[in-house]
Design a binder for this molecule. Structure first.
Ligand SMILES: Cc1cc2nc3c(=O)[nH]c(=O)nc-3n(C[C@H](O)[C@H](O)[C@H](O)COP(=O)(O)OP(=O)(O)OC[C@H]3O[C@@H](n4cnc5c(N)ncnc54)[C@H](O)[C@@H]3O)c2cc1C
Length: 366
């Protein structure tokens, strides 16, 4: 039997049609035939707009976080160990900056560390996500502290953006910004991303795809799932919290969904009960801890107001020690963070493997 040549057609058949596309849009942004307008995004899905110009070189397929071809190579490169990958330390940290503490998600460590890296010229800029307008998180390239601050805590709703909750998505397609990196006269960037986004960047680096060589530091967010809010979702969440959505002050994710209301009440919702607001495609993801990043971060395992940081290599460890000694962030001893992260990672992997099996079986030719 002649093997099918890898192309967007294969990606469509194996990933997009079965409903497991992570919607990172790496395939669209880094299509080799980009100038020929081969791929575009329609209704959140990558699609062919001009199939006859497809070069069929398989790049879109290979860099996709949901295709298996480079997974083993990535696992080997980053010495993956079940269930949360390799790490050299777990640290519970928070920012020392009042301004960052006001707007960040958890401990503001991501923003403070990026500020430290910019101040000390370890990076020239960062690719981040910022809430924009009613429906979107916009990918942005930041080079200044003011911009970092604008992006802090943008993922899940903070009080300053609560008015937009009704039109809310947590997904930020950062590759549109990443694509522009090599047009700038800057050489070293950090990227903050979810596991699917970091996986695409790492696959691009394995294949030496420009401009992934400019990404020198990756901050991986823990991620159980992403959300998309439609009318049904709004109604559901309103019922679940027993209050109008306008009463929400802040939303966060650890090992459950935590909603703080303006009257001080805190509602916890089990992640298994978030059905109508979860991006269905995210159910097929198996990576919670973002194992291929330089550091992985989340609120899970930390007291309120701190960020849990899995430090995955010695360079990252040095960076954090320097940021602490120069007063950007501070540390408290960790207790049971690792066990909690492992438990979530196992829960996500079991769900992801089951959903992948089911969806692939449904879409495979008999
Ligand atoms: C979709 C999503 C799901 C998550 N799920 C979990 C979870 O299940 N358990 C858990 O413990 N933690 C989870 N996190 C991580 C957690 O919410 C915090 O982002 C993390 O603890 C860092 O907090 P911080 O205060 O140090 O970051 P901050 O200093 O507030 O900085 C946050 C950074 O994240 C970037 N960012 C925000 N949203 C996105 C996005 N959608 N895509 C890419 N980058 C983004 C911002 O640009 C900013 O630089 C999730 C984050 C996201 C975006």
């Amino acid at each position: 039997m002649v093997e099918e040549r890898l192309s967007f057609r294969t990606l469509n058949k194996e990933v997009i049609e079965p409903g497991i596309c992570a919607a990172c849009y790496g395939c669209v942004s880094f299509c080799t035939a980009n100038e020929l307008n081969v791929l575009t995004v329609e209704k959140d899905r990558p699609v062919y707009c001009d199939e006859k110009n497809c070069l069929e070189d398989g790049i879109c397929y290979l860099i996709c976080p949901r295709t298996p071809h480079l997974d083993k190579a990535l696992e080997t490169k980053f010495q993956y160990k079940d269930p949360i990958g390799s790490y050299i330390s777990v640290r519970i940290l928070r920012t020392t900056d009042e301004e960052i503490a006001q707007v960040c998600c958890d401990g503001g460590v991501v923003t403070s560390l990026l500020q430290f890296m910019l101040d000390t010229k370890k990076i020239d800029g960062a690719v981040l996500s910022k809430r924009e307008g009613l429906w979107n998180s916009e990918p942005v390239i930041t080079t200044r502290f003011e911009d970092l601050l604008e992006c802090a805590g943008s993922s899940l709703v903070q009080s300053r953006s609560v008015r937009n909750l009704g039109d809310w998505t947590t997904y930020a397609p950062i590759f549109a910004a990443l694509k522009k990196l090599n047009l700038l006269d800057l050489a070293k960037f950090a990227v903050v991303g979810t596991p699917c986004q970091i996986s695409t960047i790492r696959k691009m680096q394995l294949l030496h795809i420009v401009p992934s060589h400019l990404v020198r530091f990756t901050v991986g967010l823990f991620c159980f799932e992403n959300f998309r809010m439609n009318d049904e979702g709004k109604k559901y969440l309103q019922q679940r919290i027993g209050a109008d959505l306008g009463e929400i002050q802040k939303v966060n994710l650890k090992d459950d969904f935590i909603i703080r209301l303006k009257d001080g009440k805190v509602v916890h919702v089990d992640l298994d009960d978030l059905g109508p607001i979860v991006r269905s495609e995210c159910l097929a993801c198996t990576d919670f801890s973002n194992y291929a990043a330089d550091i992985s971060v989340g609120g899970l395992g930390s007291p309120d107001g701190y960020t849990t940081v899995l430090v995955r290599n010695h360079e990252a460890q040095r960076l954090i020690n320097q940021a602490i000694s120069q007063g950007y962030i501070e540390e408290t001893p960790q207790h049971d963070a690792v066990e909690k992260i492992k438990k979530m990672a196992e829960r996500k992997r079991a769900r992801g493997e089951r959903v992948l099996r089911e969806r692939k079986a449904k879409y495979s030719p008999a």
